[in-house]
Design a protein around this ligand. Structure first.
Ligand code: HEM
Ligand SMILES: *[C@@H]1O[C@H](CO)[C@@H](O)[C@H](O)[C@H]1NC(C)=O
Length: 344
């Protein structure tokens, strides 16, 4: 009863609170932009400053990926490699300079990382239309999304407003990105350091349902596994035999060829959950792939992704958005690079 009697008295209080709040809000919004910096990412960030931004990126991705579907894999991987090293700040796009080896020239990225020309194309078109407005980091996040949409039918909105970093050091790369020989625990730890959960890690590994790996990233599993067994017993022997026809034994010769093979042998050009089905057939290409199924901590998540394709796709979209927010620069931090290869 008491609460009923109190009820009418609450309304004026709420109204006055609302009133004060909206006053504060409108005052804040009337401030010049630099005193009210955006500190988080937002969908539609360019709707007033450069309305065609996302469409231009999408068109560039469409064109390049139609000619070479492998570039979709390249762009999704590039976004991951950007976000895990100094946050999603386009540090991966900066060129080396005299006295500084940039991230892109770490052996992790060079020569395997691909898709730079897609970003360059979108950036030059955007600079022509809305100079100095759209960050390279956002272009990369959009391009990864458009790639997932084109080769996987996975659609999601990308919150934007990332700004471009000023630093890129090759030595940061190995310290922050998981390696193909990592155990499930090591991979989980590496993602946890970026605020990503075990389930997000297993889900994002599904990106290995497209693209390729160089033989050097896994040929130890074929030729030099350990002292007693040259082959990794967690790999299907028929698949291993097939891979041996593609990959020569590791050689120390500098000019030794290093061919590539599809990461997902079932549907190599389609971003889907067949990658996890491949793991159940012992056809994970990298140690870090197969271990998701063989490790108790991750196998439940991997098996679920193998079974429920649309649930995996929805989780993948959400996890990409989360990964795209890792350690971002916003507001007045960083800059909008004019050329993604160099700081302004
Ligand atoms: C879980 C830990 C991960 C490890 C250890 C790992 C490692 C690797 C390695 C070694 C390659 C092959 C590079 C080469 O030799 O050419 C590769 C390729 C690739 N990775 Fe990952 N990766 C991981 C997670 C991810 C994530 C989270 C994504 C994206 C969301 C991703 C996307 C890709 C793609 C698309 C390719 C194929 C690239 C191409 O064809 O150009 N990876 N990864
Ligand atoms: C080599 O690997 C096999 C299979 O995992 C294992 O049973 C064996 O103990 C390993 N040998 C050595 C020397 O580590």
């Amino acid at each position: 009863m008491g609460s009923r009697r109190n009820f009418p008295a609450v309304i004026p209080l709420q109204l006055s609170c609302l009133c004060i709040f909206s006053l504060l809000l409108s005052a804040a919004m009337a401030w010049p932009h630099q005193y009210f910096p955006t500190t988080s990412l937002r969908v539609g960030f360019y709707s007033s400053t450069c309305p065609p931004a996302e469409a231009i990126v999408r068109k560039a991705v469409d064109k390049f990926v139609s000619l070479n579907p492998g570039l979709a894999a390249g762009l999704i991987r590039m976004h991951f490699h950007d976000c895990f090293v100094r946050g999603c700040d386009a540090s991966v796009l900066l060129d080396s300079t005299p006295g500084n080896i940039a991230e892109k020239d770490s052996p992790v990225n060079n020569p395997s990382l691909r898709g730079f020309e897609v970003i360059d194309k979108a950036k030059s078109q955007l600079e022509a239309i809305c100079p100095n407005k759209v960050s390279c980091a956002d272009i990369l996040a959009f391009a990864a999304r458009d790639s997932a949409s084109k080769v996987g039918g996975i659609h999601y909105d990308v919150p934007a407003g990332r700004r471009d970093g000023l630093v890129s050091q090759a030595s940061d790369v190995l310290l922050n990105l998981p390696a193909p020989f990592f155990t499930a625990q090591q991979i989980t730890d590496s993602f946890a350091k970026k605020g990503l959960s075990l389930d997000e890690m297993v889900t994002l590994s599904g990106a290995h349902s497209i693209g390729v790996s160089h033989c050097s990233s896994f040929s130890n599993r074929l030729y030099s596994f350990n002292a007693t067994s040259p082959m990794d017993p967690s790999m299907d022997p028929a698949y291993a035999a097939f891979l041996k026809t593609k990959c020569p034994p590791p050689s120390t010769a500098r000019s030794a060829p290093d061919p590539t093979v599809p990461l997902d042998s079932l549907t190599p050009n389609r971003l889907d959950n067949r990658y996890y089905v491949g793991l159940m057939m012992k056809r994970g290409l990298l140690t870090s792939d197969q271990t998701l199924l063989s490790s108790p901590s991750t196998s439940w998540a991997a098996r679920n992704n193998a079974m429920y394709s649309s649930i995996w796709a929805a989780k993948f979209a959400r996890a990409m958005v989360h990964m795209g927010s890792v350690e971002v620069l916003t507001g007045r931090k960083g800059e909008i690079r004019r050329n993604c290869h160099v700081i302004n």
